[in-house]
Design a protein. Structure first.
Length: 102
């Protein structure tokens, strides 16, 4: 590749990374400058033995939020499911993935 083409390609890649609005991935972290919409109302289905209900949440794709519906996940004894959610820290919103807590 010619030197000018290499420089142009690098410049475009860096500019694209810097100009991506409101999205800053750092490892598994998802951060948005845009607050998520209000949660949708989902009615938890009837209880299923051996499973817990993980409610839906707003997922950020770097440009806009889209809703991910709730689902059943296999139960872990003596643990509690902490649902996926967004936390505001300063002027940014940080996505906290659902996880098991004891």
């Amino acid at each position: 590749m010619k030197t000018l083409q290499k420089i142009s390609l690098r410049t475009l890649i860096v500019a694209g990374a810097l100009l991506a609005p409101g999205f800053a991935p750092a490892g598994n972290d998802v951060v948005s400058d845009t607050p998520p919409p209000a949660d949708r109302v989902e009615h938890e289905p009837p209880h299923r033995d051996g499973y817990v209900w993980a409610p839906g949440y707003w997922e950020w794709n770097g440009r806009f939020f889209h809703w991910t519906s709730g689902t059943w996940i296999a139960e872990r004894r003596r643990s509690h499911w902490a649902a996926d959610h967004w936390e505001q820290i300063g002027n940014q919103w940080h996505f906290v993935r659902g996880h098991w807590e004891q």
